[in-house]
Write a protein that binds this ligand. Structure first.
Ligand code: GDP
Length: 201
């Protein structure tokens, strides 16, 4: 898919106030610092569409972008960082779960995980929750350039083994690097294919 336009639409913390347009929507979520902003910028060919931030927890909002005037890319708050107080964490978790449960336009989620890290409890629990709520998702392994050619498949294999303790099969996944552009075509083609299917169904 060629990206001809990518525009910021709005930010808010209330699913009821999200755009009314019935465009298909794809949500990106993951632990803070996982590389979500960099991935969104890489996918959309923009330097700073999504704000990369040194300070975790800065962007605790649901951010809508319209791509090619045809679909929404949604940048959700990073979860699982320590600097936010417990009560603040609770509030945003509530609106994130409300978003996933209530947003009927949502077609699929992308759960980002840093390929260098072993499976983290919070990610596994979040994917479990998506599964229980029948929300389709793919895993996006980020920062693949940070692992050697030999180490990368070993990490993915270990992650798969862990997932298979909970899942009958490994969910769809992508291996990406915002530095090298690895995985860009795959993610965009995946979205493009679904958009086409939705149009023709
Ligand atoms: P976010 O908090 O999930 O939005 O993460 P950011 O996109 O702000 O990235 C967090 C840090 O990881 C930044 O220092 C980025 O430069 C770095 N980073 C993100 N993606 C990649 C990648 O694919 N490769 C490398 N080497 N660094 C990355």
């Amino acid at each position: 898919m060629k990206i001809s336009s990518a525009e910021f639409v709005m930010s808010n913390s209330d699913v009821a106030k999200c755009p009314k347009d019935k465009l298909p929507e794809y949500a990106f979520i993951g632990r803070s610092n996982v590389g979500k902003s960099s991935l969104i910028n890489m996918l959309t060919n923009r330097k700073s569409l999504a704000k990369t931030s040194g300070r975790p927890g800065k962007t605790q909002l649901i951010n809508h972008f319209v791509i090619n005037k045809n679909w929404f890319l949604v940048d959700l708050p990073g979860y699982g960082y320590a600097r936010v107080s417990k009560s603040a964490k609770k509030v945003f978790q509530k609106f994130i779960t409300a978003y996933f449960v209530k947003r009927t336009q949502l077609v699929a989620a992308f759960v980002l995980v840093d390929c260098r890290h072993d499976p983290q409890k919070i990610d596994l629990e979040f994917m479990q929750w998506l599964g229980e709520n029948q929300i389709p998702f793919s895993i996006v392994f980020t920062k693949a350039d940070k692992l050697s050619k030999n180490k990368l498949p070993v990490q993915i294999e270990a992650y798969t083994t862990k997932m298979l303790e909970y899942w009958e099969e490994m969910p769809n996944y992508f291996i990406t690097s915002s530095s090298s552009g690895l995985g860009k075509e795959e993610v965009l083609n995946y979205i493009n294919d679904i958009n086409h299917q939705l149009k023709t169904s």
